[in-house]
Design a protein around this ligand. Structure first.
Ligand code: SF4
Ligand code: SF4
Length: 382
């Protein structure tokens, strides 16, 4: 057979031609299943008494951004340098990485973040003009005072002795130095802007809308614990902050539980004052370990970040951070973007999320198949 030879453009057959792009052709109606991008709660977060955003702060460590890593922690924990030293780290017991080799050293990364993160700026809510006294400055009292101050209340801590910290003071050698305790308290005060009155002996009750009493701050029978009783008698109406499960106090290793109790007390205070502010929040979904795809890890972004840290001062921290699988938390690795055959996934850098163009997504599920972390899921949305 003779070959067909085209010698001029006029001899070309008529063929369909797209002058612009194909975005007008909304093929999304073909879809049965819809990809849904949603962060979920990792097992380590569920294990932490405070619920710290562990994958998020570890990702910032991997990026060498200690300031952001510390902000992530300070949003839920006013004293990460203390919990990072004393807590018995139930987060690590829950870490999925144990299924591959060993748990990520979350506690060490938390301590390092607190040591290296400086004093970041966090946004406080607008002042509410309500005054609250917190009597006693153990970790629960400090935590309640911090969260209330961040929510815009005018807070004064009334401490019967001359030093803050409650049962965290004077711990045996090697557990918590006074320098670290002072640094953590200084940062907590600086970030939240609360007031301190040491050597206080009574509450001028009329000055405050509510008084909180941190009964967990000191061992019972100590002079400070007795001094707190005096506060109680001068305070009129007050809210007891006490550990209902383990008696009045906490063991030193339960410092995270004390912080969590303080946050609970801050929420209770708002309920009592009738000033609770209901934020719209996404429903929480816990990650099921079976949703992770170990064979697709580590992703290219993690490999690149680790390469960038090599030879630098934070290489050891980055190497440990890169072991975190970021379970259920999108680290913007972009595997879904690369894999989508219809170019429907897009990175929104400002919001830090993946956007899906549902006008053109045909629901093939490749993005979900490629996502290593169980963040992209195919759902039937009628
Ligand atoms: S691998 Fe990372 S995100 Fe997953 S459980 Fe361990 S610390 Fe948490
Ligand atoms: S593939 Fe990567 S970027 Fe895409 S949703 Fe999953 S974790 Fe996020």
């Amino acid at each position: 057979m003779e070959k067909c030879k085209i010698e001029s453009i006029k001899q070309l057959p008529v063929m369909p031609l797209t002058i612009e792009d194909m975005t007008w052709n909304k093929t999304g109606t073909w879809r049965l299943l819809t990809p849904v991008w949603m962060n979920k709660i990792a097992p380590c977060i569920r294990g932490c008494p405070i619920g710290q955003p562990i994958p998020q702060f570890i990702q910032a460590v991997l990026e060498g951004d200690w300031g952001t890593a510390l902000v992530r922690l300070l949003e839920v924990n006013p004293m990460p340098g203390i919990t990072g030293r004393l807590c018995y780290h139930p987060c690590q017991t829950a870490c999925v990485r144990k299924d591959l080799d060993s748990a990520v050293s979350i506690k060490d990364l938390e301590r390092l973040t607190a040591d290296k993160g400086g004093i970041p700026r966090l946004t406080r809510r607008a002042a509410k003009g309500r005054k609250i006294a917190v009597c006693g400055s153990g970790p629960a009292g400090l935590s309640a005072a911090y969260f209330l101050a961040m929510k815009g209340y005018l807070i004064t801590i009334l401490e019967p002795s001359d030093r803050l910290g409650g049962f965290l003071r004077d711990l045996p050698e090697g557990r918590l130095s006074s320098e670290v305790l002072e640094r953590e308290i200084r940062r907590l005060i600086s970030v939240s802007g609360l007031d301190i009155e040491t050597n206080a002996s009574e509450v001028r009750a009329r000055k405050y809308d509510l008084v909180l009493l941190d009964r967990t701050a000191y061992p019972s029978e100590s002079p400070e614990a007795r001094a707190l009783e005096k506060f109680a008698s001068s305070a009129g109406q007050y809210l007891d902050v006490e550990n209902k499960e383990g008696g009045a106090g906490f063991k030193v290793v339960q410092v995270a539980e004390a912080v969590a109790l303080g946050r609970w007390a801050s929420n209770q205070t708002e309920q009592i004052l009738g000033t609770a502010f209901t934020e719209e929040s996404q429903p929480f979904t816990a990650l099921d370990k079976g949703e992770l795809k170990f064979s697709r890890l580590p992703d290219q972004k993690t490999i690149d970040l680790l390469e960038r840290a090599k030879g630098g001062p934070d290489e050891a921290a980055a190497t440990e951070a890169a072991r975190c699988l970021s379970c259920g938390t999108c680290n913007l690795c972009q595997s879904c973007i690369i894999a989508c055959p219809d170019a429907c996934c897009r990175l929104d850098e400002d919001e830090g999320k993946i956007i899906i163009d549902l006008y053109h997504c045909k629901g093939c599920g490749i993005c979900s198949y490629e996502c290593p972390r169980g963040v992209m899921n195919m759902e039937y949305l009628p």
